[in-house]
Design a protein around this ligand. Structure first.
Ligand SMILES: Nc1ncnc2c1ncn2[C@@H]1O[C@H](COP(=O)(O)OP(=O)(O)OP(=O)(O)O)[C@@H](O)[C@H]1O
Length: 227
């Protein structure tokens, strides 16, 4: 089976001319189905940049990145948008819309899929929120939820798209031990039950034990990949 994520010779720089600043250097990485890979390393080592390239949120410069079957080098915007719909993104600031309830935030992700009508989307959103332990909070606005609850809404929203891959950037940074552990175990269930791999940037030593592999970056390179 092809690796859901296969990176070869990824090199990337911000800026141009004299301001050009290399951030990734010849990165190689394969992620297997259902695998949980934690990406760690000092601040500025290029982890977030790598995640945004894999998520087709940024244009590639050099190298090859095959993500869920799409080669991103030279891919057009249409193909990149289609790929993004198949990826669950979970970022630290969770990007929930403040004027929508938890249920509506999750339903919006289903709307992008375009397969269910509104009543079904709201019902499905309720099920997803129940699956992350928020059955009693579906009608609340994000401001009325705790940080851990908001992050669980973000997880439910990422799962709504039935993603083939989850990209998470410090998903537990703002959470206490208990909430962080709950969020991470939800993600682990997803990876193991549905075979969707997870690539997670984290500095959080509390969650290292859920990883199948820990990849350490330094100065734009992968310096170690411990199983
Ligand atoms: N949009 C941008 N324009 C210019 N430079 C950037 C941009 N985004 C990031 N950088 C720089 O690129 C380098 C790598 O940043 P990146 O966010 O990928 O690192 P990181 O390992 O995720 O760091 P952290 O752990 O602090 O989030 C840093 O020096 C950063 O300042």
């Amino acid at each position: 089976m092809l690796a859901p994520v296969a990176l070869h010779g990824i090199t990337f720089a911000y800026g141009e001319g004299e301001l050009r600043r290399p951030v990734l250097r010849d990165v190689q990485l394969d992620v297997a189905p259902g695998e949980i890979v934690l990406l760690t390393g000092p601040s500025g080592s290029g982890k977030t940049t790598l995640l945004t390239l894999i998520g087709a949120l940024r244009a590639m410069q050099e190298g090859s990145a095959r993500v869920l079957g799409l080669e991103l080098a030279g891919a057009g915007e249409g193909a990149r948008v289609a790929l993004r719909r198949r990826i669950g993104f979970i970022f630290q600031n969770h990007n929930l819309l403040g004027f929508l309830t938890a249920r509506q935030n999750v339903a919006m992700a289903l709307e992008m899929q375009g397969t269910l009508d509104e009543a079904d989307r709201l019902a499905r959103a309720g099920e997803l929120l129940a699956s992350v332990g928020l059955a009693d909070h579906t009608e609340k606005l994000p401001a009325k939820l705790s940080g851990g609850q908001r992050q669980r809404v973000a997880v439910a929203r990422a799962l709504a798209a039935d993603p083939g891959l989850v990209l998470a950037d410090e998903p537990t940074a703002a959470l206490d031990k208990q909430s962080g552990s709950e969020v991470v175990h939800l993600l682990r269930d997803l990876a193991k039950k549905r075979g969707a791999p997870i690539l997670m940037v984290t500095h959080d030593p509390r969650i290292l034990d859920i990883a199948d592999r820990i990849v350490t970056m330094e100065d734009g390179r992968i310096v170690s990949a411990a199983a």
